[in-house]
Design a protein around this ligand. Structure first.
Ligand SMILES: [Zn+2]
Length: 142
């Protein structure tokens, strides 16, 4: 993945588009465990989770609190930090939505092209439309 910020477009299938831009992910490595899952510029330790759910962390040079140490804490341990508690620092939790007003951009999106290289396009799936229709039908039947 690129180190810059991620962009995705969400269409409603009727010509309305939302542009979602995520803040950049922290570029630091968590010791030798992997890439930090925090948002760029976060406070506290760099962190990620192992496949078995261990909270893996290493001291943050920008906010040092652990003398440069690193560690891996299993679930159930008293100093374990749950993914729920890290949600506020998780880089994918930090984004801004704006409605696309530029007709040139909308025309691009309708042709499955994006102004940014590597941005993704999301449209409602057919099932969602069918379900909405059946909900409408149910309401009418009342
Ligand atoms: Zn970090």
């Amino acid at each position: 993945m690129r180190y810059g910020s991620r962009v995705a477009y969400y269409g409603d299938g009727r010509g309305r588009w939302i542009r979602r831009q995520w803040k950049a992910q922290c570029p630091s490595k968590v010791f030798f465990y992997g890439r930090c899952q925090g948002v760029k510029g976060h406070r506290g330790v760099h962190w990620c989770y192992s496949s078995s759910g261990n909270f893996q962390w290493s001291d943050n040079d920008e906010d040092p609190k652990h003398d440069g140490c690193a560690g891996s804490t299993p679930p159930g341990h008293k100093s374990y930090v749950s993914p729920n508690r890290m949600q506020k620092d998780y880089y994918l939790s930090h984004f801004t939505d704006t409605e696309v007003k530029d007709k040139t951009v909308i025309a691009m999106l309708e042709r499955d092209k994006t102004p940014e290289h590597g941005a993704s396009i999301n449209r409602p799936i057919k099932l969602a439309n069918k379900r909405r229709n059946s909900i409408r039908r149910l309401r009418r039947a009342k």
